[in-house]
Design a protein around this ligand. Sequence first.
Ligand code: SAH
Ligand code: SF4
Ligand code: F3S
Length: 469
Amino acid sequence: MAYTRKEVPAEETERQIDICVRLRARFEGCAALVDTYGCQQNESDSEIIRGFLAEMGCTFTSDEYAADIIVINTCAVREHAEQRILGNVGALNHTKKARPGQIICLCGCMVQQRGMAERIKKSYPIVDLVFGPHELRRFPELLRQRLEGGRRVFAVAESDGEVTEGVPRVRDRGVKAWLSVMYGCNNFCTYCIVPYVRGRERSRRPEDVVAEARSLVEAGYKDITLLGQNVNSYGRDLGGGTDFADLLAAVNAIPGKFTLRFMTSHPRDATEKLFRTMSECEKCEKHIHLPVQSGSNRVLRAMNRGYTREQYLEKIAVARSYMPDIVLTTDIIVGFPGETREEFEETLSLAEQVRYDAMFTFIYSRRAGTAAAKLPDIRSREEKQADFDRLLERANAISLEKHLAYVGRTVEALVDGENGGREYPLTARTNGGRLVHLKGSPEIIGSYVNIKITDAATWALFGELEARQ
Ligand code: SAH
Ligand code: SF4
Ligand code: F3S
């Protein structure tokens, strides 16, 4: 797909920051609430929204009645997400009534869909500002336009997208940090809205990614996740010869003890070089999230996934040849239009064959504008639900079996936070990304510890400290 990678000039970003400084007269000391739906890319974008708001002098709150400005960062991947968001926006009628002058902004993937801005304009008069993912970098300017122009602002122009460096960011303090390495998606899986709302694939320069990773390590972050819709396409648009495996190795070479994770890998583009590099990089987690979506070749073709069941299984075999204990997770869609009972059975058998450590399962959701939306959908919702329940039951049983195999073993894990539990107040992640509920006190958050696993459930392990390192 031919296009020119567009990078926003540094002066333009400085201009936005300058607008923030001028908006301090209005926002200094104001309370802001940023509510995020969807994937880690949205979490990462919300850090930029908070970054701009902090430059304007805002503090942050989670109470919508106390907020002077509310920004809802939305997702469109399934209908359910959309319904929840619109329901929550409707509920803001009350907060705006209780707090006149409250500014309500909607941004992210949902508003970028065709027709959505019009719908919000008509049906949600409380919304002041709507902007899509491509306009995020102009949030300060758009907010000023709303304040000074007196009219509601809708900025959702279509775009292939750009790369912006140097934007301010407020990250959650703690152990974990997101690091976007690329944006957009060119894959056009036929069920998926993401390529329509996020634009074409564009990579950040490797030196920018490495510099940001270094600053995160220096700031004390211990768990860094490299993000992209398909990280395995990283660098194709840069023409400089750096692919994702090279980038992984470059970040791995940063001094210090930390864990390097990444998502998401498209199976079609997962290469032997990637698996070899993962096995060689001591900081890289031995886990890969490799969404298969279906076990049926006919359905995979109809989804435009670009691999067969056999090719997928071969990739898993290669990954396991380099990392015999690699943790494998996946996404699966049940009830793609035209999927038959027999084709669903093939997905179930693939799940049995691979034995994933965790599976994220979804019932197909029709997204207007995608190719699959035009396909006839013959099976009833009840039939799909029954298949879904069967898959979930097997997936959970396999996860539990795999987790039970940890009991009695000692694993190294990074203590990354608290969960409020009484018996197991801490959370930790193993190198393979498994969640451990841990006994202990908060001083050890941010350290690597050896944990004796004492119990296991479907989604988590339980344990106690064996010895501090
Ligand atoms: N880029 C990532 C995934 C982004 S969306 C990847 O390709 O892996 C995350 C997951 O949501 C997908 O893997 C898919 O399983 C699911 N998904 C996407 N569109 C969907 C739809 N229309 N209906 C149901 N599930 C969907
Ligand atoms: Fe969607 Fe496919 Fe792109 Fe993932 S790779 S974001 S599923 S189009
Ligand atoms: Fe949702 Fe957009 Fe992510 S549609 S899953 S927030 S890229």
